[in-house]
Design a protein around this ligand. Structure first.
Ligand SMILES: [Fe+2]
Length: 287
């Protein structure tokens, strides 16, 4: 797909590695199958798609997500939004719309891929920015194809067959001190193991698959596995492979969790306002 002039919308790449802005495509309108096919091709090519500020009602966000596949209903049901269990709202506002001083999910500050704690991991995530802070609260993305390709052959050979155990209770509760998961929530999402190098099911390219939900390496002493995961997560994030997005309210970003890690940057939840709504599509079992 090199012929950008054939896109039925305007595409402007954001970095050499990943990311493109897609404009002239009103997301609140019904989308034809042909336009969606082009959007899907752009998604596979650029990994992260940014849409300029526009009104995207909750139902349209869910409808767009459904074009990609089955939409996740998050186990942490305290976050469900607008009567749509498929939407997950992260907000630091109180009932009067004032900052409440609490960050709604500190786990998002570490590099991760959505839903890697499930057997079928996250496919697309779609975030709509309702209210955005003046400073902080950015979202950063990292190209995990590039992360794999940048590793030297000795590293590639060493890790190619390894599997990591991903665990939401580890990343959220034990690692970041979030509100503890209930026993029922924990039982619903037991730890699962995935290859740390996966082949993208659509592009057939290999990429690193780790992030903050990865707790330890199967068959390796716990501490050694932790150190390896930390080292690989750090090696993956390189300026040539990242796109750092400073939000404007009303923007929407769509990305591919199968080949992208992301994180949010901190903001001051006592003085700044930040509200996003998120929808994640469930993908396949990584291989
Ligand atoms: Fe996330």
């Amino acid at each position: 797909m090199n012929a950008v002039d054939r896109w039925p919308f305007t595409v402007r790449p954001l970095t050499p590695a990943l990311g493109a802005e897609v404009s002239d495509l009103p997301l609140a309108d019904e989308m034809s199958d042909a336009t969606f096919a082009a959007l899907h091709a752009a998604f596979l090519r650029y990994q992260v798609l940014l849409f300029p500020p526009q009104d995207v009602p909750p139902a349209r966000q869910v409808a767009l997500a459904r074009r990609f596949g089955e939409v996740q209903v998050h186990v942490m049901n305290q976050y469900h939004a607008d009567g749509f269990p498929e939407l997950y709202r992260l907000s630091n506002l109180d009932a009067n719309g004032n900052p409440n001083g609490r960050h709604p999910d500190r786990g998002t500050l570490a590099w991760h891929t959505d839903g890697s704690w499930q057997r079928r991991t996250g496919h697309a995530t779609i975030i709509y920015g309702e209210v955005m802070p003046d400073t902080g609260g950015e979202t950063h993305f990292c190209d995990m194809y590039g992360a794999w390709e940048r590793l030297d052959p000795a590293w590639q050979q060493r890790i190619a067959g390894m599997r990591a155990v991903h665990n939401l209770d580890f990343s959220r509760t034990r690692r970041h001190g979030e509100e503890p998961m209930t026993e029922a929530q924990k039982a619903a999402v037991p730890p699962v193991d995935h290859p740390i190098v996966r082949t993208h099911p659509d592009t057939r390219r290999r990429c690193l698959f780790l992030g903050d939900h990865a707790e330890y390496i199967v068959g390796m002493p716990y501490d050694q596995g932790r150190a390896l995961i930390e080292e690989l997560n750090a090696l993956a994030v390189h300026p040539d492979l990242t796109y750092e997005h400073r939000w404007t309210a009303g923007e929407l970003i769509l990305w591919d969790n199968r080949c992208v890690m992301h994180r949010a940057t901190p903001y001051d939840p006592a003085t700044q306002r930040r509200v996003i709504r998120r929808c994640t599509v469930i993908g396949s079992v990584p291989v």
